[in-house]
Write a protein of this length. Structure first.
Lengths: 251, 607
């Protein structure tokens, strides 16, 4: 059941590095993260890697496996041939800290910029009432485990560092969509989505949806509806007139 | 020495549910607050909680109220819970859940639009507020977003290695000894950092990584338990470790990963290899009056709770874990050493995918099992430690002034066994109380104590020691040996000779840990990090083994093969651990706090 696999793992830091080749045992049922852990325990004690839950729930162990953005804990070794070399590299969109660990602070900076959730008042009895069908739309986006694979794969920022200043990435566009569709939230973030978070940069190639380990339809259910709502807000002549004569809030 | 320094009123160690809830409360109380966490924000173990948050909101069963929840909790813990904690928890949980909605949480709904509640083991009524089977993620994300909205400083990927103590309250002669701050390192760079603060809240979670088969992540190395001991605080109930009855057993690499109790709450049943629903053979007298006797009655209960009693699959976790263990030992296990958990034959595929989406996904991806079509193989996995820092129930203050603890790292609330769903509510109720008390403590102290240079230098020296030693052992090997020891000798079923052997091995492991060496340098070096976590794991393991050896009875998450019955004297006794001068663990017996008569009455009401 066990075999020796060839792994190429990127080792290095911000000053540079390269792929190192290892021969390492693989057992039945294992995932890429198991093999990385075996490398740590037996051959490379200082191999840097993030991980927590090992069950696809925390989104820590993101990396590129044979060039595909993946969670290492959910990538089964049985998807590769025994003779196939498995190459593991850090997420390319973020600066390398060390080995497979990247500096993902860009994402936390974007999260902090989003205008916070602001609910309508509770009902008189102290409860909020919402229908299941209404909460489900935002619930889809709240499944996000913040693995940053969508951010990693998004071509707007993947090889365009300069766009990070004007574009928040798919994760935060669906965060805006989530808040926009939230039955309790009363803040209008549509102008901000366009002007501050770079919604217009997304040209819906759907790469983000493809790599999402939670199967969230980022583009179809989040970004496209948000774009439509932004268009309604910004280009509807009556809304425009209303905003000019001051009957509506500016944002 | 290069040292980054900061000053706060309250430093919270840990960014799971309890830590974030404490930080939110402290910040909102006007204290300058920081959160320090080993992982990135939002990755804490709370994210793994699946089933829900127990709170008697009575959205589905108007008969439910805090008294019923209190009773269930105490009985689940075999009456060893601190009554006051169980009372506060049951009373305050509903408000803590409702306020999450004001911060953006989106729970599943009842047809009336209220928060839906699901059935879970040991709870008389459907009581768990939930979001599918990813409630922990919803909780952590909600608290994380609230933390960010309040602008609380978060030190991510930063590990605390020491609590600093001294004359608190601005120094001067005669000041009481207390917390003055904390010392740690940035995982990314390996550089040292110190926080000066009169209040520290420990919210570091549990100890599961000392066991071989566990649902816990690498972070669960008992840091908070150990830091508290080191600072002069005490631990209570450390002998009680919860083995969750249903962890995955196959393939080996996923062994121990949690399978939510919601599978049983939503209709799943346990079967042995002969196809028997064996839980009916394991109903203890303590729960007989409230448990169904026949499969028909058990099945009717899901629809009609008034006229039927709960299925035995929904007994508290300690009972179910022991039963599974016995079935496997008797040779009635599955091919991979577990039992079958079957929901496929009992609910429609649509229902299963809707209610248990992440379980469906987990088995599909990791085990190539379709849970809508076939049974899962499950077995017990180390999940939770009931024991923890001994705290004042109302303020979560430990015995050291300025030190507070909340969540899994605190002890007392769950007695000898925690009910499912009571952990997330525990985090919220006591996280909030700890944050409030920590802020009050800090804001009462005008003067601040400078951190002593020698203490900082000593902490730095200890942290760097593994680099100084050449040719020593690899930390991963020592960790594996500890995990094997605890698994084999201080596991679900315990005996005196085995635990004595465990203590001998732990003593030998201590020597090995003192001689570890690590390769590489200080920048993001997991081998070094583990070398610094190991002393925590060892002292906590010693506390568990010593307390377990001392308690000569079986109760909740502590089962003695040599003392299989509960004992009335032990029913009135807590074991308290403190640190000895030579770094070992000393035990003292302490009488259980006396429950007031008006609460004791609840247990005389109908079962």
């Amino acid at each position: 059941m066990s075999y020796d696999a060839t792994f190429r793992v990127w080792r290095g830091d911000a000053s540079g590095g390269g792929l190192q080749t290892y021969t390492v045992a693989v057992n039945e049922g294992e995932v890429v993260l198991d093999v990385i852990h075996r490398l740590q325990a037996t051959q490379a004690g200082d191999l840097a890697v993030r991980w927590n839950c090992k069950a696809g729930k925390c989104g820590s162990c993101s990396a590129e496996v044979n060039g595909r953005p993946r969670l290492m804990c959910m990538t089964r070794m049985s998807t590769f041939g025994e003779a196939e070399t498995v190459t593991v590299t850090p997420l390319r969109t973020f600066p390398v800290v060390r080995d497979l660990v990247t500096d993902v602070s860009y994402n936390y900076e974007q999260a902090a910029r989003i205008p916070a959730f602001a609910p309508r008042p509770r009902d008189k009895d102290g409860n909020h009432r919402m229908q299941q069908i209404d909460v489900e739309r935002s619930q889809e986006f709240r499944k996000c485990i913040e693995c940053w694979l969508c951010q990693d794969t998004c071509h707007v920022i993947r090889d365009h560092e300069e766009n990070k200043a004007v574009f928040s990435g798919p994760r935060f566009l669906i965060r805006l969509a989530e808040l926009d569709m939230h039955p309790l939230d009363v803040t209008d973030r549509r102008n901000a989505a366009q002007e501050k978070f770079g919604l217009g940069y997304c040209n819906i190639t759907k790469c983000c949806s493809e790599v999402c380990p939670e199967g969230i339809h980022l583009t179809d259910n989040g970004i496209i509806p948000l774009k439509e709502r932004v268009v309604d807000r910004r280009y509807d002549p009556l809304t425009w007139l209303g905003s000019k004569i001051g009957r509506r809030p500016k944002d | 020495m290069e040292l980054e320094r900061h000053e706060y009123d309250v430093v919270v160690v840990g960014a799971g549910g309890a830590g974030l809830r404490a930080a939110i409360e402290a910040q909102e109380s006007g204290a300058r607050t920081a959160v320090v966490c080993k992982s990135l924000l939002g990755k804490a173990h709370t994210v793994m909680a699946e089933g829900g948050i127990a709170a008697s909101m009575a959205n589905l069963y108007p008969e439910d109220n805090w008294r019923v929840h209190f009773r269930d909790t105490m009985r689940g813990g075999k009456m060893l819970n601190h009554w006051r904690m169980a009372q506060l928890h049951a009373q305050e949980a509903p408000d803590r859940v409702r306020e999450l909605e004001d911060w953006g949480a989106l729970f599943d709904r009842t047809p009336d639009g209220l928060i839906s509640q699901r059935d879970f083991g040991g709870h008389r009524f459907a009581r768990l507020a939930h979001v599918g089977d990813r409630t922990g993620l919803e909780l952590i994300r909600t608290l994380q977003q609230r933390t960010v909205a309040l602008g609380i400083d978060v030190y991510m990927e930063c590990t605390v290695t020491r609590l600093l103590t001294g004359p608190a309250g601005g120094g001067g002669a005669g000041g009481e000894q207390g917390i003055t701050g904390a010392f740690g390192y940035w995982r990314e760079s390996g550089r040292f950092v110190a926080w000066q603060a009169p209040s520290v809240v420990l919210a570091t979670g549990g100890i599961g990584k000392s066991y071989k088969v566990t649902s816990n992540s690498w972070e669960y190395t008992g840091d908070g338990h150990s830091l508290a001991l080191q600072a002069g605080a005490t631990l209570v109930n450390m002998e009680f470790v919860q083995f969750h009855p249903t962890g995955m057993v196959w393939p080996p690499s996923v062994r121990g990963i949690l399978v939510t109790e919601s599978v049983r709450g939503d209709g799943g049943i346990l079967k042995n290899s002969a196809g028997n629903r064996f839980m009916f053979d394991y109903i203890p007298d303590f729960f007989r009056k409230e448990t169904a006797e026949t499969e028909d009655e058990a099945d009717r209960w899901y629809e009609d709770k008034k006229n039927n009693r709960r299925p035995p699959e929904l007994l508290p976790r300690d009972e179910v874990a022991r039963a599974i263990n016995s079935e496997v030992k008797a040779g009635r296990g599955t091919p991979h050493g577990g039992v079958f958990l079957d929901i496929a034959s009992r609910r429609t595929p649509e229902y299963i995918r809707k209610r248990l989406p992440s379980m469906y996904h987990q088995f599909k991806e990791l085990a190539e099992v379709d849970i809508t079509a076939e049974a899962m193989e499950v077995g017990p996995t180390c999940h939770y430690v009931m024991g923890g820092v001994e705290v004042d129930p109302d303020t979560e203050a430990a015995r050291v002034p300025g030190l507070f603890a909340a969540g899994e790292v605190a002890g007392g609330m769950h007695g000898s066994n925690r009910l499912g769903g009571n952990s997330l509510s525990d985090l919220l109720v006591f996280g909030r109380r700890a944050g409030l008390a920590a802020a009050e403590h800090a804001l009462r102290r005008i003067g601040r104590t400078e951190l002593a240079d020698d203490a900082l230098a000593d902490a730095a020296r200890a942290a760097l020691a593994p680099f100084e030693r050449e040719g020593g052992e690899n930390p991963y090997t020592v960790q594996q040996d500890l995990q094997q020891t605890m698994h084999d000798l201080v596991g679900i079923i315990r005996t005196a000779p085995e635990m004595e052997q465990a203590l001998e091995r732990i003593a030998a492991l201590k020597v090995r840990v003192a001689n570890l060496s690590v390769e590489g340098h200080r920048q993001y070096n997991p081998g070094w990090h583990l070398a610094l976590d190991l002393p925590h794991m060892l002292i906590v393991s010693e506390a568990i083994a010593r307390a377990a050896l001392e308690r000569q009875e079986s109760r909740g998450g502590h089962t003695r093969d040599d003392f299989p019955a509960t004992d009335s004297e032990w029913a009135r006794t807590n074991l308290v651990c403190s640190r000895t001068a030579d770094g070992g663990v000393a035990l003292t017996r302490q009488p259980l706090p006396q429950m007031p008569a008006e609460l004791a009455e609840i247990f005389e009401e109908s079962a």
